[in-house]
Design a binder for this molecule. Structure first.
Ligand SMILES: *Cc1c(COP(=O)(O)O)cnc(C)c1O
Length: 390
Protein backbone atom coordinates (compact mmCIF):
# COMPACT_ATOMS: atom_id res chain seq x y z
CA UNK A 1 0.00 0.00 0.00
CA UNK A 2 1.62 3.19 -1.16
CA UNK A 3 -1.17 5.56 -0.20
CA UNK A 4 -2.95 6.40 3.02
CA UNK A 5 -6.24 6.20 1.15
CA UNK A 6 -7.01 4.15 -1.94
CA UNK A 7 -7.02 5.91 -5.30
CA UNK A 8 -10.71 5.17 -5.86
CA UNK A 9 -10.97 5.29 -9.64
CA UNK A 10 -14.41 3.80 -10.17
CA UNK A 11 -17.16 5.78 -11.91
CA UNK A 12 -19.03 6.47 -8.69
CA UNK A 13 -19.19 6.58 -5.79
CA UNK A 14 -16.32 9.02 -6.13
CA UNK A 15 -13.81 10.11 -3.47
CA UNK A 16 -14.99 13.02 -1.36
CA UNK A 17 -12.96 16.21 -0.84
CA UNK A 18 -12.16 16.85 2.86
CA UNK A 19 -14.65 19.69 3.21
CA UNK A 20 -17.42 17.52 1.72
CA UNK A 21 -16.65 14.75 4.20
CA UNK A 22 -16.79 17.21 7.04
CA UNK A 23 -20.07 18.62 5.74
CA UNK A 24 -21.57 15.14 5.91
CA UNK A 25 -20.65 14.91 9.59
CA UNK A 26 -22.52 18.04 10.61
CA UNK A 27 -25.32 17.90 13.18
CA UNK A 28 -28.85 17.29 11.95
CA UNK A 29 -31.40 20.08 11.66
CA UNK A 30 -35.18 20.06 11.64
CA UNK A 31 -36.04 19.07 8.08
CA UNK A 32 -39.27 21.04 8.49
CA UNK A 33 -37.44 24.16 9.69
CA UNK A 34 -35.88 27.33 8.31
CA UNK A 35 -32.31 26.00 7.96
CA UNK A 36 -33.40 23.11 5.80
CA UNK A 37 -35.63 25.36 3.74
CA UNK A 38 -32.63 27.55 2.88
CA UNK A 39 -30.50 24.49 2.14
CA UNK A 40 -33.07 22.95 -0.21
CA UNK A 41 -33.51 26.20 -2.08
CA UNK A 42 -29.74 26.81 -2.35
CA UNK A 43 -29.02 23.30 -3.65
CA UNK A 44 -31.85 23.13 -6.17
CA UNK A 45 -31.03 26.62 -7.48
CA UNK A 46 -27.29 25.82 -7.50
CA UNK A 47 -27.93 22.78 -9.69
CA UNK A 48 -29.70 24.74 -12.42
CA UNK A 49 -26.68 26.22 -14.23
CA UNK A 50 -25.14 22.73 -14.48
CA UNK A 51 -28.34 21.31 -16.00
CA UNK A 52 -28.61 24.41 -18.18
CA UNK A 53 -32.19 24.90 -17.12
CA UNK A 54 -34.54 27.48 -15.71
CA UNK A 55 -37.05 24.76 -14.83
CA UNK A 56 -37.60 22.94 -11.54
CA UNK A 57 -34.84 20.78 -10.11
CA UNK A 58 -36.34 18.22 -7.76
CA UNK A 59 -34.21 16.70 -5.00
CA UNK A 60 -35.01 13.04 -4.42
CA UNK A 61 -33.65 10.82 -1.68
CA UNK A 62 -32.78 7.68 -3.65
CA UNK A 63 -30.14 6.15 -5.92
CA UNK A 64 -29.87 7.36 -9.50
CA UNK A 65 -32.05 4.45 -10.57
CA UNK A 66 -34.85 5.91 -8.46
CA UNK A 67 -34.67 9.09 -10.54
CA UNK A 68 -34.84 7.04 -13.76
CA UNK A 69 -37.94 5.37 -12.36
CA UNK A 70 -39.36 8.78 -11.43
CA UNK A 71 -38.80 9.97 -15.02
CA UNK A 72 -40.87 7.08 -16.35
CA UNK A 73 -43.73 6.86 -13.87
CA UNK A 74 -44.35 10.61 -13.71
CA UNK A 75 -44.75 11.11 -17.45
CA UNK A 76 -46.16 7.88 -18.93
CA UNK A 77 -49.14 5.54 -18.83
CA UNK A 78 -49.20 1.78 -19.38
CA UNK A 79 -49.42 1.07 -23.09
CA UNK A 80 -47.63 4.27 -24.13
CA UNK A 81 -45.28 3.89 -27.07
CA UNK A 82 -41.69 4.49 -25.98
CA UNK A 83 -38.46 4.40 -27.97
CA UNK A 84 -35.45 3.33 -25.92
CA UNK A 85 -31.95 3.78 -27.32
CA UNK A 86 -29.70 1.68 -25.09
CA UNK A 87 -25.97 1.98 -25.84
CA UNK A 88 -24.95 -0.04 -22.77
CA UNK A 89 -26.04 -1.46 -19.42
CA UNK A 90 -27.58 1.74 -18.05
CA UNK A 91 -29.60 2.45 -21.18
CA UNK A 92 -30.81 -1.11 -20.91
CA UNK A 93 -31.92 -0.47 -17.33
CA UNK A 94 -33.84 2.67 -18.35
CA UNK A 95 -35.70 0.63 -21.01
CA UNK A 96 -36.46 -2.15 -18.50
CA UNK A 97 -38.02 0.28 -16.04
CA UNK A 98 -40.39 1.49 -18.75
CA UNK A 99 -41.22 -2.13 -19.63
CA UNK A 100 -41.86 -3.10 -16.02
CA UNK A 101 -44.42 -0.30 -15.73
CA UNK A 102 -46.20 -1.42 -18.85
CA UNK A 103 -44.95 0.91 -21.58
CA UNK A 104 -44.78 -0.48 -25.13
CA UNK A 105 -41.04 -0.21 -25.57
CA UNK A 106 -39.30 -0.37 -28.94
CA UNK A 107 -35.54 -0.73 -28.59
CA UNK A 108 -33.05 0.73 -30.99
CA UNK A 109 -30.07 -1.22 -29.73
CA UNK A 110 -26.64 0.22 -30.41
CA UNK A 111 -23.51 -1.89 -30.23
CA UNK A 112 -21.85 -1.43 -26.85
CA UNK A 113 -18.88 0.90 -27.25
CA UNK A 114 -20.62 3.00 -29.92
CA UNK A 115 -22.75 6.12 -29.64
CA UNK A 116 -26.30 6.41 -30.96
CA UNK A 117 -26.58 7.77 -34.52
CA UNK A 118 -29.03 10.68 -34.91
CA UNK A 119 -30.28 9.55 -38.34
CA UNK A 120 -31.08 6.10 -36.98
CA UNK A 121 -32.94 7.61 -34.03
CA UNK A 122 -34.87 9.90 -36.39
CA UNK A 123 -35.86 6.92 -38.56
CA UNK A 124 -36.87 4.77 -35.59
CA UNK A 125 -38.89 7.59 -34.01
CA UNK A 126 -40.68 8.30 -37.30
CA UNK A 127 -41.83 4.69 -37.53
CA UNK A 128 -43.62 4.53 -34.18
CA UNK A 129 -47.20 5.82 -34.30
CA UNK A 130 -48.16 7.99 -31.34
CA UNK A 131 -44.65 7.95 -29.93
CA UNK A 132 -44.90 9.28 -26.38
CA UNK A 133 -41.30 9.36 -25.17
CA UNK A 134 -37.71 8.68 -26.15
CA UNK A 135 -35.21 7.44 -23.55
CA UNK A 136 -31.63 8.62 -24.04
CA UNK A 137 -28.42 8.12 -22.10
CA UNK A 138 -26.09 11.09 -21.97
CA UNK A 139 -22.96 9.29 -20.75
CA UNK A 140 -23.06 5.49 -20.80
CA UNK A 141 -20.98 4.56 -17.77
CA UNK A 142 -20.72 0.88 -18.70
CA UNK A 143 -18.85 1.60 -21.95
CA UNK A 144 -17.33 5.06 -21.50
CA UNK A 145 -19.28 6.55 -24.41
CA UNK A 146 -20.97 9.95 -24.48
CA UNK A 147 -23.91 10.50 -26.80
CA UNK A 148 -24.35 13.71 -28.79
CA UNK A 149 -27.50 14.68 -26.90
CA UNK A 150 -28.27 17.92 -28.79
CA UNK A 151 -28.06 16.09 -32.15
CA UNK A 152 -30.16 13.18 -30.89
CA UNK A 153 -32.75 15.52 -29.38
CA UNK A 154 -32.98 17.46 -32.65
CA UNK A 155 -33.51 14.18 -34.53
CA UNK A 156 -36.34 13.22 -32.17
CA UNK A 157 -37.99 16.63 -32.48
CA UNK A 158 -37.77 16.37 -36.24
CA UNK A 159 -39.45 12.95 -36.43
CA UNK A 160 -41.83 13.17 -33.48
CA UNK A 161 -42.31 16.74 -32.27
CA UNK A 162 -44.66 15.73 -29.46
CA UNK A 163 -42.52 12.96 -27.97
CA UNK A 164 -40.97 13.63 -24.59
CA UNK A 165 -37.20 13.39 -24.35
CA UNK A 166 -36.13 11.79 -21.07
CA UNK A 167 -32.38 11.75 -20.41
CA UNK A 168 -30.21 9.76 -18.03
CA UNK A 169 -27.39 12.25 -17.41
CA UNK A 170 -26.39 10.61 -14.14
CA UNK A 171 -22.67 10.09 -14.74
CA UNK A 172 -21.48 13.21 -16.55
CA UNK A 173 -23.78 16.06 -15.56
CA UNK A 174 -21.69 18.56 -13.61
CA UNK A 175 -18.46 17.38 -15.30
CA UNK A 176 -19.25 18.64 -18.81
CA UNK A 177 -21.28 21.54 -20.21
CA UNK A 178 -24.96 20.71 -20.56
CA UNK A 179 -27.91 22.75 -21.84
CA UNK A 180 -31.22 21.07 -21.08
CA UNK A 181 -33.41 23.98 -22.14
CA UNK A 182 -31.47 24.95 -25.27
CA UNK A 183 -31.45 21.32 -26.40
CA UNK A 184 -35.17 20.92 -25.78
CA UNK A 185 -34.97 18.12 -23.21
CA UNK A 186 -38.00 17.43 -21.05
CA UNK A 187 -36.64 15.56 -18.05
CA UNK A 188 -32.99 15.07 -17.05
CA UNK A 189 -31.65 13.16 -14.05
CA UNK A 190 -28.37 12.87 -12.17
CA UNK A 191 -27.06 11.40 -8.90
CA UNK A 192 -25.08 12.71 -5.92
CA UNK A 193 -22.28 10.13 -6.05
CA UNK A 194 -21.08 10.89 -9.58
CA UNK A 195 -19.74 14.32 -10.59
CA UNK A 196 -21.16 16.05 -7.51
CA UNK A 197 -18.38 14.80 -5.18
CA UNK A 198 -20.90 13.57 -2.62
CA UNK A 199 -21.87 10.27 -1.06
CA UNK A 200 -24.62 8.19 -2.69
CA UNK A 201 -28.16 8.84 -1.52
CA UNK A 202 -29.64 11.70 -3.49
CA UNK A 203 -30.76 12.03 -7.08
CA UNK A 204 -31.83 15.18 -8.89
CA UNK A 205 -34.43 15.47 -11.61
CA UNK A 206 -34.88 18.61 -13.71
CA UNK A 207 -38.40 18.72 -15.08
CA UNK A 208 -39.53 20.91 -17.97
CA UNK A 209 -43.06 22.17 -18.71
CA UNK A 210 -43.88 19.45 -21.26
CA UNK A 211 -42.97 16.75 -18.74
CA UNK A 212 -45.11 18.43 -16.04
CA UNK A 213 -47.99 18.61 -18.51
CA UNK A 214 -47.59 14.92 -19.37
CA UNK A 215 -47.72 14.16 -15.66
CA UNK A 216 -51.25 15.54 -15.46
CA UNK A 217 -52.58 12.59 -17.44
CA UNK A 218 -49.89 9.94 -16.82
CA UNK A 219 -51.38 6.97 -14.98
CA UNK A 220 -48.39 4.84 -14.05
CA UNK A 221 -48.48 4.21 -10.28
CA UNK A 222 -46.30 6.43 -8.11
CA UNK A 223 -46.14 7.49 -4.51
CA UNK A 224 -42.64 7.91 -3.04
CA UNK A 225 -41.33 9.19 -6.37
CA UNK A 226 -44.31 11.42 -7.19
CA UNK A 227 -42.54 14.47 -8.62
CA UNK A 228 -45.56 16.74 -8.38
CA UNK A 229 -45.76 16.10 -4.67
CA UNK A 230 -42.05 16.94 -4.41
CA UNK A 231 -42.55 20.15 -6.37
CA UNK A 232 -45.48 21.24 -4.25
CA UNK A 233 -43.70 20.62 -0.95
CA UNK A 234 -40.49 22.22 -2.28
CA UNK A 235 -42.48 25.41 -2.75
CA UNK A 236 -42.83 25.40 1.04
CA UNK A 237 -39.12 24.60 1.50
CA UNK A 238 -39.61 20.94 2.35
CA UNK A 239 -39.42 17.47 0.87
CA UNK A 240 -42.45 15.19 1.17
CA UNK A 241 -40.50 12.53 3.07
CA UNK A 242 -37.47 12.73 5.35
CA UNK A 243 -34.55 13.60 3.06
CA UNK A 244 -30.95 12.33 3.27
CA UNK A 245 -29.96 15.47 5.18
CA UNK A 246 -26.26 14.52 5.49
CA UNK A 247 -25.98 13.91 1.74
CA UNK A 248 -27.74 17.20 1.11
CA UNK A 249 -25.08 18.96 3.24
CA UNK A 250 -22.46 17.31 1.05
CA UNK A 251 -24.09 18.25 -2.23
CA UNK A 252 -24.33 21.81 -0.95
CA UNK A 253 -20.60 21.87 -0.19
CA UNK A 254 -19.76 20.09 -3.47
CA UNK A 255 -21.70 22.75 -5.37
CA UNK A 256 -19.86 25.48 -3.47
CA UNK A 257 -16.52 23.98 -4.55
CA UNK A 258 -17.74 23.64 -8.15
CA UNK A 259 -19.01 27.21 -8.25
CA UNK A 260 -15.64 28.43 -6.98
CA UNK A 261 -13.79 26.40 -9.63
CA UNK A 262 -16.11 27.58 -12.40
CA UNK A 263 -15.15 26.50 -15.93
CA UNK A 264 -12.12 24.81 -14.41
CA UNK A 265 -14.38 21.88 -13.51
CA UNK A 266 -14.87 21.05 -17.18
CA UNK A 267 -11.20 21.63 -18.04
CA UNK A 268 -10.10 19.34 -15.19
CA UNK A 269 -12.33 16.51 -16.42
CA UNK A 270 -11.16 17.01 -20.01
CA UNK A 271 -7.51 16.86 -18.89
CA UNK A 272 -8.13 13.75 -16.77
CA UNK A 273 -9.74 12.06 -19.76
CA UNK A 274 -6.92 12.93 -22.15
CA UNK A 275 -4.29 11.74 -19.65
CA UNK A 276 -6.12 8.49 -18.99
CA UNK A 277 -6.49 7.68 -22.67
CA UNK A 278 -2.87 8.55 -23.47
CA UNK A 279 -1.56 6.56 -20.51
CA UNK A 280 -3.64 3.45 -21.21
CA UNK A 281 -2.73 3.51 -24.88
CA UNK A 282 0.96 3.83 -24.06
CA UNK A 283 0.55 0.64 -22.02
CA UNK A 284 -0.86 -1.08 -25.09
CA UNK A 285 -4.49 -1.19 -24.00
CA UNK A 286 -7.18 -0.85 -26.62
CA UNK A 287 -9.98 1.52 -25.63
CA UNK A 288 -13.67 0.77 -26.20
CA UNK A 289 -14.73 4.23 -27.25
CA UNK A 290 -13.42 6.10 -30.27
CA UNK A 291 -11.95 9.52 -29.49
CA UNK A 292 -14.92 11.49 -30.86
CA UNK A 293 -17.45 9.77 -28.55
CA UNK A 294 -15.18 9.13 -25.57
CA UNK A 295 -16.56 9.98 -22.15
CA UNK A 296 -14.99 12.75 -20.10
CA UNK A 297 -15.81 10.90 -16.87
CA UNK A 298 -15.00 7.21 -17.40
CA UNK A 299 -12.68 5.30 -19.72
CA UNK A 300 -13.15 1.63 -20.58
CA UNK A 301 -10.35 -0.56 -21.96
CA UNK A 302 -10.34 -4.13 -23.25
CA UNK A 303 -8.50 -6.70 -21.16
CA UNK A 304 -6.06 -8.15 -23.70
CA UNK A 305 -5.99 -11.87 -24.42
CA UNK A 306 -3.30 -13.51 -22.36
CA UNK A 307 -3.28 -10.95 -19.56
CA UNK A 308 -3.88 -12.56 -16.18
CA UNK A 309 -6.37 -9.94 -14.99
CA UNK A 310 -6.57 -11.31 -11.46
CA UNK A 311 -2.83 -11.00 -10.95
CA UNK A 312 -2.73 -7.62 -12.70
CA UNK A 313 -5.59 -6.24 -10.62
CA UNK A 314 -3.98 -7.72 -7.49
CA UNK A 315 -0.93 -5.61 -8.19
CA UNK A 316 -3.12 -2.53 -8.68
CA UNK A 317 -4.91 -3.15 -5.39
CA UNK A 318 -1.62 -3.57 -3.52
CA UNK A 319 -0.64 -0.17 -4.87
CA UNK A 320 -3.94 1.29 -3.69
CA UNK A 321 -5.55 1.71 -7.11
CA UNK A 322 -9.19 0.62 -7.30
CA UNK A 323 -10.67 0.17 -10.78
CA UNK A 324 -14.10 -1.04 -11.89
CA UNK A 325 -14.75 -4.14 -13.97
CA UNK A 326 -17.20 -4.60 -16.82
CA UNK A 327 -20.97 -4.84 -16.49
CA UNK A 328 -23.46 -7.12 -18.19
CA UNK A 329 -22.05 -8.68 -21.33
CA UNK A 330 -18.72 -6.85 -20.86
CA UNK A 331 -18.06 -8.50 -17.48
CA UNK A 332 -14.57 -10.01 -17.48
CA UNK A 333 -13.78 -8.38 -20.82
CA UNK A 334 -13.04 -4.80 -19.89
CA UNK A 335 -11.93 -2.64 -17.01
CA UNK A 336 -13.04 0.92 -16.37
CA UNK A 337 -11.24 3.87 -14.84
CA UNK A 338 -13.42 6.63 -13.43
CA UNK A 339 -12.22 10.24 -13.67
CA UNK A 340 -15.03 12.31 -12.31
CA UNK A 341 -15.99 14.36 -9.30
CA UNK A 342 -13.04 15.40 -7.19
CA UNK A 343 -10.54 13.79 -9.60
CA UNK A 344 -7.23 15.63 -9.96
CA UNK A 345 -4.55 15.30 -12.60
CA UNK A 346 -2.30 13.97 -9.80
CA UNK A 347 -4.79 11.16 -9.20
CA UNK A 348 -4.55 10.19 -12.85
CA UNK A 349 -0.75 10.33 -12.94
CA UNK A 350 -0.72 8.09 -9.87
CA UNK A 351 -3.21 5.70 -11.48
CA UNK A 352 -1.22 5.48 -14.71
CA UNK A 353 1.96 4.99 -12.66
CA UNK A 354 0.37 2.10 -10.77
CA UNK A 355 -0.92 0.54 -13.99
CA UNK A 356 2.58 0.83 -15.42
CA UNK A 357 4.12 -0.94 -12.41
CA UNK A 358 1.49 -3.71 -12.68
CA UNK A 359 2.24 -4.06 -16.39
CA UNK A 360 5.97 -4.36 -15.68
CA UNK A 361 5.31 -6.89 -12.92
CA UNK A 362 3.20 -8.96 -15.29
CA UNK A 363 5.94 -8.91 -17.91
CA UNK A 364 4.10 -6.77 -20.44
CA UNK A 365 6.23 -5.16 -23.10
CA UNK A 366 6.41 -1.62 -21.71
CA UNK A 367 9.21 0.83 -21.01
CA UNK A 368 9.28 2.06 -17.40
CA UNK A 369 7.98 5.62 -17.35
CA UNK A 370 6.59 5.62 -20.89
CA UNK A 371 2.92 5.62 -19.87
CA UNK A 372 3.41 8.27 -17.20
CA UNK A 373 5.29 10.37 -19.77
CA UNK A 374 2.41 9.97 -22.24
CA UNK A 375 -0.07 11.10 -19.59
CA UNK A 376 2.15 14.07 -18.71
CA UNK A 377 2.32 15.12 -22.36
CA UNK A 378 -1.45 14.82 -22.61
CA UNK A 379 -1.80 16.97 -19.51
CA UNK A 380 0.41 19.69 -20.97
CA UNK A 381 -1.45 19.56 -24.28
CA UNK A 382 -4.81 19.72 -22.53
CA UNK A 383 -3.83 22.67 -20.39
CA UNK A 384 -1.75 24.69 -22.82
CA UNK A 385 -3.17 23.49 -26.14
CA UNK A 386 0.28 23.14 -27.63
CA UNK A 387 1.73 19.95 -29.01
CA UNK A 388 4.52 18.52 -26.89
CA UNK A 389 7.32 16.70 -28.68
CA UNK A 390 7.38 12.98 -27.96
C1 LIG B 1 -24.55 5.26 -11.84
C2 LIG B 1 -25.51 5.31 -12.98
C3 LIG B 1 -26.84 4.94 -12.85
C4 LIG B 1 -27.40 4.32 -11.61
O1 LIG B 1 -27.22 5.04 -10.48
P1 LIG B 1 -27.47 4.29 -9.07
O2 LIG B 1 -27.24 5.39 -8.12
O3 LIG B 1 -26.46 3.19 -9.00
O4 LIG B 1 -28.85 3.77 -9.09
C5 LIG B 1 -27.68 5.08 -13.93
N1 LIG B 1 -27.23 5.56 -15.10
C6 LIG B 1 -25.96 5.92 -15.27
C7 LIG B 1 -25.52 6.44 -16.59
C8 LIG B 1 -25.06 5.80 -14.22
O5 LIG B 1 -23.77 6.12 -14.39
Amino acid sequence: MTRFEPNLRIPGPTALPPSVREAGGRQMVNHRGEEFKALLLRVSEGMKPFFGTQHDVIMLTCAGTGALEAAIVNTLSPGDAVLAVPIGAFGDRFAKIAEVYGAEVTRLDVEWGQAAVPAAVRAAAAEIPGLKAVLLTHNETSTGVTNDIPALAAAVRDAAPDALILVDAISALGAVPFAMDAWGLDLVVTGSQKAWMSAPGMAMAAVGPRAWAAGETATMPRFYLDLKRHRDTAAAGETPWTPAVAVMYQVDEGLRLMQAEGEGVFARHAAAQAMTRAGLRALGFELLAADDVASKTVTAAWIPDGLDWKAFNGSLKRQGLVLAGGQGKLKGKIFRLGHLGSVTTDDILAAIGALEVAALEQGLDVQPGAAVAAAQRALIEATTRVAVPA
